[in-house]
Write a protein of this length. Structure first.
Length: 474
């Protein structure tokens, strides 16, 4: 029998139903993979690992009892999952990936975590993130470096670094991350995952913020849809949430025939796109054409000033977090992030307001530029995976040599974060050196189901879901 930790949620559920496999056996299989990968990958928050192992085993045993009685709690009963450390879990200190931060201890699970647990999911642990989530890598002053299970010399991407690594290494089928500018999709492209950024408000949050969402990182579209069916339930704590919707998350018979599809190969601002990455995207677009979609190239709408302005807006927000720290604590934060945040220290109120207005303009122009299309295809990132020790794709420098500021690498992702449109990364191929490249599939506002069905179609058209990383890592 193949390793059940690598099975998708539907296969595990079918095995539980027949009694051929139990949640306790799958829990053990997942922990075998964790034991092999964690010394190198560092996907899980080490400080909580022992406690989580005890709690998750108890949850697996309870799920086993329910399945034997024929009374599963829900569609994910007994399914192993992980959650990013900035998603609250009652009684678990939240450190935001930063050694300088004063831990907060939530009294209640975040809405998405609560929904998972009430559906019976077995939470294996918390996954790592960089300081305050402000890097697109797995470099953290608290956790060290989170690495790719495919090649530990390479980055996972971030800020949902540990979630991406856990998904690629198959610590179970479903892993929750968060995204405000690309933090779900960037690990998706560099680790060969299906990484879905939902529509803004589709998945309720305990602490909503402009552009912030929670969503699944998985190895298949089916698992992403299974997660979304559970975590998108309403929760009164999120005052920005979309109205309750009875959506059909099934992906069977997915097709792109007749869809009008825009192809965006130039972000319009930020780092230039590697021609090899652009070629992978163009090849994917041709596959959509062969599937019956009408594909046409579209011109970029993002401007360099928009990227500069959102960079300033986030610097000021992070500098405000830094100001809350005692001076001696600041010394424990990652210097790269501190220096970046200091760039917002002298911003005036007028400058911050202008930056906010620029973000609103980005939102408006993104919706307008894509309104004619059912889907928009683009690269996720302008470059392939970079060394794991680099905080950002341009290395150790504070900003890329080409200019564009600290957000120069998210020209393809951040517009869809600010517009609130659903956007998903799916593995689209590899460069000559083996590094994976994801295709970003973005949809109309609120059409998460349409995006995931297109991703499911593309996944099958390219040979099916990508397997888990090999054991042990080399």
């Amino acid at each position: 029998m193949s390793d059940p930790a690598t099975w998708d949620a539907a296969a595990l559920q079918a095995a539980y139903r027949t009694g051929s496999l139990s949640p306790v056996e799958v829990h053990a299989a997942a922990h075998e993979r964790i034991a092999r990968f964690e010394p190198i990958v560092h996907a899980l928050v080490a400080a909580d690992a022992e406690a989580w192992a005890t709690w998750s085993l108890a949850e697996a045993r309870a799920a086993e009892t329910r399945w034997r009685a024929g009374r599963p709690l829900g569609p994910l009963d007994g399914i192993p999952v992980t959650v990013k450390e900035n998603l609250a879990r009652a009684g678990i200190p939240q450190r935001a990936g930063c050694a300088a931060a004063t831990p907060t201890i939530p009294t209640r699970d975040a809405p998405a975590v609560e929904a998972l647990r009430e559906a019976g999911a077995v939470v294996l642990g918390s996954t790592t993130m960089p300081d305050w989530g402000m890097l697109s890598s797995g470099v953290s002053s608290l956790h060290g470096v989170t690495r790719s299970p495919w090649d530990p010399a390479l980055t996972t991407g971030g800020s949902s670094a540990g979630a991406g690594a856990a998904a690629a290494a198959a610590y179970g089928p479903i892993h929750l991350g968060t995204d405000i500018g690309g933090s779900i999709r960037l690990p998706g492209t560099w680790l060969g995952l299906v990484a879905h950024k939902p529509s803004f408000g589709r998945v309720p949050l305990g602490a909503p913020y402009l552009g912030r969402v929670a969503g699944p990182l998985t190895r298949s579209a089916a698992d992403a849809a299974a997660a979304m069916a559970v975590i998108s339930r309403p929760d009164v704590r999120d005052w920005t949430a979309l109205p309750p919707a009875d959506l059909d998350w099934s992906l069977e018979g997915a097709s792109v025939a007749g869809l009008r599809v825009g192809l965006l190969l130039d972000a319009g601002a930020g780092m230039p796109c590697d021609p090899a990455v652009r070629d992978v995207t163009a090849s994917a677009a041709r596959l959509f054409e062969r599937g019956g979609a009408v594909v046409e190239s579209i011109e970029p709408w993002l401007t360099p000033q928009m990227l500069t302005d959102i960079d300033l807006f986030w610097r000021v927000r992070s500098w405000n977090d830094v100001l809350d720290l005692p001076p001696e604590a600041r010394e424990r934060a990652l210097p790269f992030v501190l220096r970046w945040a200091e760039g917002g220290a002298q911003a005036t109120g007028v400058e911050v307001l202008r930056a906010y207005q620029s973000v609103m303009a980005m939102r408006a122009v993104t919706v307008a530029a894509t309104a004619a299309y059912d889907l928009v295809l683009s690269p996720v990132a302008p470059v392939a995976a970079f060394p794991a020790e680099w905080p950002m794709p341009w290395g150790l420098a504070q900003e890329p040599a080409e200019g564009g500021g600290g957000m120069a690498h998210i020209g393809f992702t951040v517009p869809f974060s600010m517009s609130g449109q659903p956007s998903c990364s799916v593995d689209a191929g590899a460069l000559a050196d083996g590094r994976r490249v994801g295709l970003q599939v973005s949809g109309r506002r609120f059409d998460d189901v349409g995006v995931l069905r297109a991703v499911a179609w593309f996944e099958q058209a390219t040979g099916g879901p990508r397997p888990a990383a090999d054991l042990p890592p080399r």
